[in-house]
Write a protein that binds this ligand. Structure first.
Ligand code: GAR
Length: 203
């Protein structure tokens, strides 16, 4: 019997982190299998990318729902239908209702393109450049109802270089995202990191 944790990836865009997770999960000893991709944006690049990688994809457009709660209920139903145990949000640009975050507490990760708690929210690279920072990075954390503030599993740093634009900085950060997200999922799926009393516990 497989002990690999059934994992879903939630995306809204290109899906480069999704592809990195799928690639990592191809290793026979990886403790998670990517069983489902859910995308809330019809036509997003990540949909074709997931299909070409052979992963089942479900498109659930948030625009078809009259409330955040009803959209989250449809996502939750799809996750349960597929018997999902872990969720990775990878460029999923919707804020969840509190009940959804609470229902999946300890089983849901998010990646954010800054060194949290610095620069939560959107337009992160612009903010980092405007603040004159000389380093930035990315963070994988447990998702909690408060935006971008759950307990941290892994971070990686990159330098901010003279002449950087938001595009050059984003590209440098993404190289690190593609390394730490598979590593973070491995830690959580293998039980080496878990969420307890609001803290990430490493064994
Ligand atoms: C990633 O850089 C991720 O950190 C960011 O969106 C990008 C998605 O890229 N997420 C957020 O900003 C969440 N607040 P991808 O679709 O190529 O993985």
């Amino acid at each position: 019997m497989s002990v690999r944790k059934k994992t879903a990836i939630l995306i809204s865009g290109n899906g480069s982190n999704m592809a990195a997770l799928v690639a990592a999960a191809q290793a026979p000893d990886y403790p998670a299998e990517i069983a489902l991709v859910i995308c809330n944006v019809p036509g997003a690049g990540g949909i074709a990318r997931a299909q070409s990688l052979g992963v089942p994809v479900k498109v659930i457009s948030h625009k078809e729902f009259d409330s955040r709660e009803n959209f989250d209920a449809a996502v939750d139903a799809a996750l349960r239908d597929a018997q999902i145990e872990l969720i990775c949000e990878a460029g999923f640009m919707r804020i969840h209702s509190a009940w959804f975050a609470e229902r999946w507490e300890g089983q849901i990760l998010n990646i954010h393109p800054s060194l949290l708690p610095a620069f939560p929210g959107i337009r992160v690279h612009e903010q980092v450049l405007a603040a004159g920072e000389n380093e930035s990075g990315c963070t994988v954390h447990f998702l909690t109802p408060e935006l971008d503030s759950g307990p941290i599993v892994l971070q990686a740093k990159v330098p901010v270089l003279p002449g950087d634009t938001k595009e050059t900085l984003a590209a440098r950060v993404q190289i690190e995202e593609h390394k730490i997200y598979p590593e973070a999922l491995k830690l959580v799926a293998s039980g080496n990191v878990s969420l307890k009393d609001g803290k990430a516990i490493f064994v």
